[in-house]
Design a protein around this ligand. Structure first.
Ligand SMILES: [Zn+2]
Length: 273
C-alpha cells in the first residue's frame, strides 16, 4: 500500500471519528487496554504482519493461520481460521443478544425469534429459501419484520448492506405471497465499534433504549480486542467473557461459566450500560 493511500485512509477514518462524538465517548468509558486497542485499530497501527513488514520489522505478511496477507481487516473480519473457530459468530451473537433483549421490551405482544443458540427459531410460513435473517418479529396485525445484523469492517458497510438486502429478496416475496406485510432491515455494527447509517436509522426508528447505542459498540470493540488477542492462538471454547469495567481486570471465574453468545451484561460496569 502506498504512503498516500495510507495517509488518505488515516485522514478519512480520523474525520469519521472526529464526527462521531458518540464513538469517542464510548471508547473513553472502556478499560485502558480496550481504549488502546480501539485507537490503534481505528487508524490501523496495530502490529499486524502487513504493518510489521511495512515498518521493516517483519519479513512475512502472511497470516500464520491461513496464509492470506494479515491486515487488520483480515484479522477482525476475514481470517478463515477465526471464522471456522466461531470467533466472528461469537462477536456477532453477543451483539445480537443485546438487540433481541431490547426489542423484547418494546414488543410485548409480538413474537420475536432470533437465530441464537438455545432459542426457538423458525419461520412462521413455508419458504423455498434456506436463508434466514437473524431476527424475525411477527406482529398480531400480520406485519412481519426481518432484521439482519452484520459486523463488517467499517469500509465494507455498504457492500455488506447490499449483499444482505439481495440475500433476503426472495424471502420478502414469499412472505407477501403468504398475505403478510414484510419489512427487511439490514443493519451493520462495524468491528471497530462504528455503527452504519442504516444501524442509526433503524435504532432511531425502532425507538430502542438509548443504552443500546452504547452497549453494542462497546461489545463490538471489546469482542474485537479478544479476537485480536487470540489471532495466533487456539480460540478458547468457551470464549472469554468481554469485561468492560474500566480499570477492572476480567473476572477469571466467569470463564468457567457459560459465556456469550448469551451476552449477559449484568456484571458490566453501569457507566457502559
Ligand atoms: Zn488468516
Amino acid at each position: 500500500m502506498g504512503k498516500l493511500v495510507i495517509q488518505g485512509a488515516w485522514q478519512q477514518l480520523g474525520q469519521d471519528l472526529a464526527a462521531d462524538r458518540q464513538w469517542r465517548s464510548i471508547m473513553w468509558s472502556l478499560p485502558t487496554s480496550i481504549q488502546q486497542f480501539a485507537t490503534k485499530a481505528a487508524i490501523d497501527v496495530l502490529p499486524t504482519r502487513a504493518n510489521l513488514l511495512r515498518w521493516k520489522v517483519g519479513c512475512d505478511s502472511a497470516c500464520p493461520n491461513c496464509g492470506v496477507k494479515e491486515t487488520l481487516q483480515h484479522v477482525l473480519n476475514s481470517c478463515q481460521h477465526l471464522l471456522n473457530n466461531g470467533a466472528y459468530k461469537w462477536r456477532h451473537d453477543s451483539i445480537l443478544h443485546q438487540l433481541v433483549n431490547a426489542l423484547q421490551t418494546l414488543h410485548t405482544k409480538s413474537r420475536i425469534m432470533a437465530d441464537l443458540p438455545g432459542r426457538t427459531y423458525r419461520l412462521p410460513f413455508q419458504a423455498d429459501t434456506d436463508f434466514r435473517p437473524d431476527i424475525i418479529i411477527s406482529h398480531p396485525d400480520s406485519t412481519i419484520e426481518f432484521v439482519e445484523l452484520t459486523v463488517p469492517y467499517e469500509s465494507n458497510w455498504k457492500a455488506a448492506h447490499e449483499r444482505k438486502t439481495g440475500k433476503y429478496a426472495t424471502l420478502l416475496t414469499q412472505a407477501k405471497a403468504e398475505g403478510l406485510v414484510p419489512t427487511l432491515s439490514c443493519i451493520e455494527m462495524g468491528s471497530r465499534g462504528l455503527p452504519s447509517c442504516d444501524w442509526d436509522a433503524w435504532v432511531s426508528r425502532k425507538r430502542l433504549p438509548k443504552s443500546i447505542t452504547r452497549v453494542c459498540p462497546s461489545i463490538a470493540l471489546s469482542a474485537s480486542q479478544i479476537v485480536w488477542l487470540h489471532k495466533a492462538t487456539t480460540w478458547p471454547n468457551p470464549p472469554p467473557m468481554p469485561d468492560l469495567r474500566a480499570g477492572v481486570r476480567p473476572d477469571r471465574s466467569l470463564s468457567t461459566t457459560q459465556p456469550p453468545p448469551a451476552g449477559d451484561l449484568s456484571h458490566w460496569h453501569p457507566a457502559v450500560l
